[in-house]
Design a protein around this ligand. Structure first.
Ligand code: HSE
Length: 308
């Protein structure tokens, strides 16, 4: 028996919601998990990357693979051990770009393996195991549930989350550069301590952001996509981020410009066709800085992970 699932890409943080806010984008990885017919076959991990977006050889194909590790935790949770298993990952989500590719494959492996086991784990368990493997829940929650999610990992490892409807006329424009940025590096530049002033700034922006989404208030949202916890430290790693922010400040129907997850993708949230009006200038700014990129506009993905 084998099970395949498709899991959306995600963009995390949305500026002030570091490790807590995220939303899903309609771009999918497909993960298939099957028990090997021959006992003793061990682990087999295959990566299919039709777009040749990354070096598939660098991905561990043994028990160090993150999808395998997640599946192993699930089997342990139900009191079983994994032995002969084949995992196939068909990637469409660009890797190491801040679009939740690792959360997507972790969630995909867990949901597929859970189906194979006869669904012993509910979504809360999948959310908790996936967040443990990923290290934070902000990509994992929208990858599972779709939409715009707030999530919080508790001390006991459980994860609380809430999904709030996203306004249908708020578009998600992503600037995906042709270079990679490892999340570990993007986290290593963050300070260990921050000032109470910066913490208070983020708390009020994040709280008002959630309220702006809830009330579908574009004018309020324009004031919320700001951050002092991670973006000021990461912007040196993300070509064009500072310049685009300066250019887009106070443009009609542009709600904000933030780093997608740990970067290097940049997320510009617009209302209606707001992005179309500035797209040519955005391209010029990036090309003047020698940034090669793919620019795509999405509506939010609301379904989350699906068994196919
Ligand atoms: N919240 C995470 C970060 C997302 O900003 O590092 C990347 O996985």
């Amino acid at each position: 028996m084998k099970v395949s699932v498709k899991v959306p890409a995600t963009t995390a943080n949305l500026g002030p919601g570091f490790d807590c806010l995220g939303l899903a984008l309609p771009l999918y990885n497909e993960i298939t998990v099957e028990e090997q017919v021959m006992p003793g076959s061990g682990i087999e991990i295959n990566i299919i990357d039709d777009n040749e977006t990354f070096d598939t050889l660098s991905i561990p194909k043994d028990e160090n693979n993150i999808v395998y590790k997640a599946i192993e935790l699930l089997y342990n949770f139900v009191g079983q051990s994994v032995s002969d298993i084949k995992i196939t990952i068909k990637t469409n989500i660009p890797v190491t770009r801040g679009l939740g590719s690792s959360a997507s494959v972790i969630v995909g492996g867990l949901v597929a393996a859970n189906e194979l086991l006869g669904k012993p784990a509910d979504k809360a368990v999948i959310l908790s195991i996936a967040s443990e493997v990923e290290g934070h829940p902000d990509n994992v929650a929208p990858a599972i549930f779709g939409g715009f999610c707030i999530s919080s990992m508790e001390n006991d490892g459980s994860v609380s989350y809430s999904k709030i409807p996203w306004p249908s006329d708020w578009k998600l424009n992503v600037i995906i550069p042709d270079y990679e940025l490892d999340t570990k590096i993007a986290r290593s530049v963050l300070p260990v301590n921050i000032s109470i002033k910066d913490a208070a700034f983020n708390i009020r922006k994040c709280a008002m952001l959630v309220d702006a989404v809830y009330r579908q208030d574009s004018e309020s949202m324009k004031k919320c996509l700001k951050d002092k916890l991670h973006q000021p430290y990461r912007e040196q790693l993300i070509k064009g981020f500072k310049e685009l922010n300066e250019f887009l400040e106070n443009k009609d129907d542009i709600l904000g410009c933030v780093i997608s997850g740990a970067g290097p993708t940049i997320l510009i949230i617009s209302k209606d066709d707001g992005f179309e009006k500035v797209q040519n200038d955005v391209k010029t700014i990036l090309s003047d800085l020698n940034v090669n990129c793919d620019i795509r506009t999405f509506n939010i993905e609301n379904e989350g992970t699906k068994v196919i």
